[in-house]
Design a protein around this ligand. Structure first.
Ligand SMILES: *[C@@H]1O[C@H](CO)[C@@H](O)[C@H](O)[C@H]1NC(C)=O
Length: 372
């Protein structure tokens, strides 16, 4: 069956806002990156994607594997790349020799032309359906780290593993943040690894999920970073005007309750879908444009969370493209800024006056198509 994605008409105002602010300028913000997910059968070739990212002045991207075609395409670009060890092979990395071989095959040949700056060992391992995975996490990060040290390529490559927010028992208020008791042992070992290697804790944090689960309780404007009264954490007296920062600070508290300080928390994924099923409250082009636009604006202002006021929060937006082969509810296939053919799926809503930047019109938008 042929699938036609019926696109929402782009309102003139939104278009005008967009054209006059051009997300192209946004980027080049050093704390901001994008997730280049590829669970799709219709994406443009990697070289075209590098062109797109370059035109957006993006300097950071993250992929979910070590696809050699993608790694080669990023060679000699200005884009730093974080790559991922797939969950399926974590168990093999239990063996230091295999870890060394993995790095030798999948990472080393692409250096230094491809700027690989991070290796994420597994994805959301703590909360994976396969509960046997978690036992391999710490051996795998340790062995990968030792392998890159042994090969003399560890200077610019951080090794870590992103977690979903479901690792938390509680995230409200942020000062009450704590990890689930059942993962405490392995979390302690993992945090100890991060602390020793000075690597960040990456969290995938989606205010959309919280809103979708409880739309009558969660103020939409708070979830979207729109103007709203926000909340005050009664323990710290810190004021939060958006849910993402509250989630991040809850993770900071959870880590510190395990006895670790000084581990930086970064957001490996966040985003908002432009489309969802009927029971997925809040999924819309308008909300996605607001969330992404507000996030980008705050990134340009190099904002930090209330708890770590001096540390600009690093964020990777999810995602570059809509991904047609993702399973699950409709929202899962509709987080992209772009349709696979390069048409814009959603326009981050940016107010150029507020942003204080007048940017060029980017010709890539004129055609709106990346030709494969
Ligand atoms: C703090 O978290 C615990 C669970 O760890 C929860 O039972 C409690 O209600 C939370 N406190 C507040 C004020 O929400």
């Amino acid at each position: 069956m042929a699938t036609f994605i019926r696109r929402m008409p782009i309102s003139y105002t939104l278009l005008l806002l967009f054209l006059s602010s051009d997300i192209g300028f946004l980027l080049g913000v050093s704390s901001f990156g994008i997730n280049y997910g590829q669970v799709a059968d219709n994406l443009p070739p990697p070289a075209k994607v590098v062109e797109l990212l370059t035109s957006l002045k993006l300097t950071k991207a993250r992929i979910y594997d070590t696809n050699p075609q993608v790694l080669s395409a990023f060679a000699n670009s200005n884009i730093e790349l974080i790559v991922t060890v797939e969950n399926e092979i974590l168990n093999q990395l239990d063996d230091p020799e295999q870890a060394l071989q993995w790095v030798n095959t999948h990472i080393k040949p692409f250096l230094p032309d491809t700027k690989i700056t991070g290796i994420q060992v597994g994805n959301e391992v703590f909360t994976d359906d396969d509960i046997t995975l978690i036992q391999y996490l710490v051996p795998a990060v340790t062995n990968i780290h030792n392998a890159i040290s042994q090969l003399g390529i560890s200077t610019n490559i951080l090794v870590t593993s992103p977690s979903s927010l479901a690792v938390l028992e509680s995230s409200y208020p942020p000062s009450n943040g704590s990890f689930k008791g059942e993962i405490a042992d392995i979390m302690t070992q993992f945090l100890s690894f991060l602390s020793t290697t000075k690597s960040p804790f990456w969290i995938n944090a989606y205010p959309f999920f919280a809103y979708k689960d409880d739309p009558s309780e969660i103020p939409l404007e708070y979830a979207l970073f729109n103007p709203n009264p926000g909340m005050v954490d009664p323990v710290t007296n810190l004021h939060y005007d958006n849910m993402l920062y509250a989630m991040v600070d809850a993770v900071v508290f959870a880590i510190s309750k395990m006895g670790f300080d000084g581990i930086e928390v970064k957001v490996s994924e966040t985003g908002w879908p432009s489309k969802g099923d009927e029971d997925e409250s809040g999924a819309s082009v308008e909300n996605a444009a607001s969330y992404n636009g507000n996030l980008v604006r705050r990134q340009m202002e190099k904002e930090s969370t209330p708890l770590r006021p001096k540390m600009a929060l690093e964020v990777y937006l999810f995602a570059l493209f809509n991904e047609d082969l993702k399973p699950g509810p409709t929202s899962e296939r509709n987080y992209g800024l772009y349709e696979p053919d390069g048409r814009i799926a959603l326009l981050p809503k940016l107010d150029p006056l507020h942003v204080g930047v007048s940017a060029d019109f980017n010709p890539m938008w004129k055609s709106n198509i990346i030709r494969p």
